[in-house]
Design a protein around this ligand. Structure first.
Ligand SMILES: Nc1nc2c(ncn2[C@@H]2O[C@H](COP(=O)(O)OP(=O)(O)O)[C@@H](O)[C@H]2O)c(=O)[nH]1
Ligand SMILES: [Mg+2]
Length: 399
């Protein structure tokens, strides 16, 4: 296994359960957009649990577990059912696929619930089933769960199912690496951190402290300096650092001084990726180019009280936006729980860095904005775009 591969134990394991022919294997193919699971109309085609390591778009590395049908019969059939249920030992999220007859599944559903594994009920092959609404009612009455209607054939409900899986993932799967593949064991990394009047007295801010800790855990050699000390730091190193991470304020200066072979990124871009989906935020930032004097922008902060970021959200970003799009551009500012349910009136949402949010909370806001068709980016990405530096930034999934 290479260093960049995620070990199985750190991947979210998604088990698919249900009767023979319910459409479990087809669903795995629909979710991953690949033909990896064996599909057939002969009941009992999947005779042993099959583990497939994949990337789930918008989330990260996962393992799908394709299992034999739970209604299998006979001596061999019973053994297969046992093997299928044993995969619950490794399952983090269970997807239970119902077909047209949702009765008689209580034994298996109860077993999953007893183990406190989150279970997502789906009604498969919805393109074939004449009255999925009635089956959903039956499932609710029998097992107390809301079923998602899906079809591997038409694609109906596949995105909804993907989101449900992602949001059922236990908290530990939401923690990522800050520096990702940009910093590998043994690399020399230079950190450029201005310690000006805005920096807190006697300590480093959390993103800086957290990055240093992670780099030390990766056995990197960490060198730190202020923008003024950068020349001295570079000449003290025997060879150019693989990566330079700078505070975004100093980005231009650092960019001009950096050795050609060193990658360059900023703390705010790393944390945008750490707290959210960096690709979605960069896509969202494209809306900055289409703002006009009649546009509406929502600026949202996670904390009810965050004086450190307030100046960026209330003053600096609105000023840059108005300079770009016109003085009458409307900016609404919300914080804490005031994040509106209906986002459709906005042309763009710019969110704070979400340092006090979990990744899961921030991803929730990103997927809600995307669901409503409203572009979303964050302070770090918006400022990098507005200052024209995003194209020079190395992203944590590159390197
Ligand atoms: N029309 C339709 N057929 C499906 C769908 N999903 C699966 N099938 C078919 O149903 C049969 C059983 O599917 P499979 O995925 O192997 O079921 P499994 O036994 O639960 O893994 C195959 O012939 C599939 O082509 C669907 O969404 N719509
Ligand atoms: Mg199968």
């Amino acid at each position: 296994m290479s260093i960049n591969e995620t070990p199985r134990s750190e991947r979210l394991h998604i088990g698919l359960f249900g009767r023979r022919n319910a459409g479990k294997s087809s669903l795995i193919n629909a979710l991953t957009g690949q033909e990896t699971a064996l599909v057939s109309d002969i009941p009992g085609t999947t005779t042993d649990p099959v583990y497939k390591a994949m990337e789930l778009h918008g989330f990260g590395p996962v393992v799908f577990i394709d299992t034999p049908g739970l209604d299998d019969e006979g001596k061999l059939g019973d053994m297969r059912v046992t093997r299928a249920m044993e995969t619950l030992d490794k399952t983090d999220v269970a997807v239970y696929v119902f077909d047209g007859a949702p009765e008689n599944e209580a034994r298996h559903i109860d077993e999953i619930k007893t183990r406190r594994i989150p279970v997502i009920a789906v009604i498969g092959k919805c393109d074939l089933i004449p009255d999925p609404g009635r089956i959903a009612d039956d499932i609710r009455a029998l097992y107390g769960v809301e079923a998602i209607r899906v079809s591997a054939e038409s694609g109906e409900g596949i995105d909804e199912l993907k989101n449900a899986i992602i949001h059922s993932a236990p908290e530990r799967f939401w923690e990522l690496s800050v520096t990702g593949s940009l910093a590998k064991p043994g690399d020399t990394i230079l950190l450029v951190m201005p310690q000006d009047r805005e920096a807190p007295k006697g300590r480093l801010i959390l993103p800086q402290a957290q990055t240093i800790r992670e780099l030390l855990d990766k056995n990197c050699v960490v060198t730190a300096c202020t923008p003024e000390g950068m020349d001295a730091a570079l000449s003290a190193l025997a060879s150019p650092p693989r990566l330079i991470i700078t505070d975004s304020q100093a980005f231009r200066t650092v960019f001009e001084k950096k050795p050609a072979e060193s990658l360059l990124t900023s703390f705010s871009v790393l944390f945008a990726a750490y707290k959210g989906d960096i690709r979605a935020l960069i896509r969202g930032a494209e809306a900055l180019d289409h703002l006009s004097a009649s546009s509406r922008v929502l600026i949202a902060e996670a904390c009810a009280h965050a004086p450190a970021e307030e100046d960026i959200g209330r003053v600096r970003i609105p000023a840059l936006l108005r300079k770009k799009a016109g003085d009458s551009l409307r900016v609404d500012f919300v914080r804490g729980r005031d994040f509106p349910e209906d986002l459709t009136g906005y042309d763009l949402i710019i969110h704070c860095g979400a340092c006090m949010f979990t990744r899961r909370q921030m991803m929730g806001r990103i997927s809600e904005a995307e669901r409503q068709g409203v572009p979303i980016c964050n302070y770090g990405i918006a400022l990098a775009c507005l200052n024209g530096i995003l194209k020079y930034v190395a992203l944590p999934d590159e390197g």
